[in-house]
Design a protein around this ligand. Structure first.
Ligand code: PHB
Length: 397
């Protein structure tokens, strides 16, 4: 990995901006810009299957800012929101609304990997600070990594890679993989297979339906016919809830154990007992014995009258990361190079546990093993300690 060139360019770039500002007699860097509000643009899904994920992320971000009295590094924060509808074909237009029309200082987005890829292509060109609060697309912190792009969630590989070893350890030697056919589903599938096959598991069939379809009947019929020892899947949000219900209604619950990464996050109130016993891996879960998590959960429940989930944590940590950058430059958002160095060295005191940033700008973090017990994704162990993504192809140039 070569991270050095791009950084040099970035630092050179900001030095030039500063120098030309001084030369042309513009206001000094700590003048006017400091008194205006900092604009944060949320580009998130507020409709469709991922709507609750978008809301959770925004809530988490706002909670942190509220806890700081509505200001970061002494500067007021203004929020602007765009509903990206989890539609990759609208990604460029939607990101440009925030970048060109609203001239935001930071863009926070998004949930869907395909939409995030559209954003990354723009933000790495524009050099605008971009925090990805969910989408796990590998390239964002891989081949398309960039000094101005940070992720506070996971890569699709990272969240599910440890799952296969766990399934195999239970004596379940064959599995069917089922997902939506799009970037996140494909990458989660690769991660699952890598882990499961490496310990001796056999994936006997891979099934997929288009995103965001909730028509699960054909894949459920095929699973019943194939009778694998286990089923592993990637679905999330409202469709995840429907998959859990349909799996039980098809008579598969209790016969073929169902596993996943994010299937059961944020949906347990909606699915009743149909999710009971489903096991999964992810970077967050319920009943963690972490002081920061206990405080976060109380504050989140008080502010939003609901329990937080992984998505709320990702939003909260996005704000924490931004605050670390802003504090380092005393609120001078024009000092992007200074912010980037601080954000790269950040140690985030997260409700999920403390995590650090990899060189490619993706969290290095523990991946938990969880089991649904009642309304909780109860943490029952650590599936992989301090797991870092491969960051394949990341050259900061
Ligand atoms: C993604 O598209 O990267 C994605 C979406 C929802 C999740 C996880 C990953 O829960």
């Amino acid at each position: 990995m070569d991270y050095s060139n791009k950084r040099r360019q970035f630092i050179k770039g900001s030095a030039l901006t500063i120098a030309s500002g001084a030369f042309s007699g513009l206001l000094p860097r700590f003048g006017n810009a400091q008194s205006s509000k900092i604009k944060v643009g949320f580009m998130l899904p507020y409709s469709g299957t991922y709507a609750n994920l978008g809301v959770g992320i925004e809530n988490g971000f706002r909670l942190f800012v509220q806890e700081k009295g509505g200001k970061l590094a002494g500067r007021e924060i203004e929020f602007i929101r765009v509903d990206d509808e989890s539609d990759p074909s609208k990604a460029t237009d939607n990101a440009n609304k925030l970048i060109l029309r609203d001239k935001v200082d930071l863009i926070v987005g998004t949930v869907h990997s395909g939409v995030a890829m559209g954003m990354v292509k723009l933000t790495r060109e524009a050099g605008i600070l971009h925090i990805i609060p969910n989408a796990g697309a590998a390239a964002a912190t891989g081949a398309l990594c960039s000094p101005n792009i940070f992720r506070t969630s996971f890569t699709n590989w990272q969240a599910i890679y440890p799952l296969g070893k766990h399934i195999y350890s239970k004596g379940q030697k064959t599995a069917v993989w089922v997902t939506w056919k799009y970037g996140a589903g494909d990458e989660a599938g690769e991660g699952f297979k890598e882990g499961y096959i490496s310990v001796g598991g056999k994936v006997i069939k891979e099934l997929a339906i288009p995103f965001p379809s909730m028509e699960f009947q054909s894949v459920l019929t095929e699973i019943a016919f194939l009778k694998p020892d286990a089923v592993a899947c990637f679905f999330a949000g409202a469709a995840g809830a429907k998959f859990i219900k349909d799996y039980a209604a098809a008579g598969l619950k209790g016969k073929i154990p169902l596993y996943s990464s994010f299937l059961t996050d944020g949906v347990l109130d909606a699915v009743g007992t149909d999710a009971e016993g489903i096991e999964s891996t992810a970077h967050y879960g319920d009943s963690l014995q972490i002081k920061k998590d206990k405080e976060f959960r109380i504050a989140y429940a008080k502010a939003f009258k609901m329990q937080p989930d992984a998505f709320g944590v990702q939003g909260y940590d996005s704000a924490q990361l931004f605050a670390i950058g802003l504090d380092a430059v005393k609120g001078d958002i024009s000092n992007k190079a200074g912010m980037i160095v601080a954000m790269e060295n950040a140690k985030i005191d997260s409700p999920r546990g403390v995590w650090t940033m990899s060189k490619a700008h993706n969290p290095v973090q523990d991946i938990y093993l969880r089991r649904v017990v009642g309304k909780e994704n109860k943490v029952i162990g650590i599936a992989h300690k301090a797991l870092a993504d491969h960051a394949r192809g990341c050259k900061m140039t």
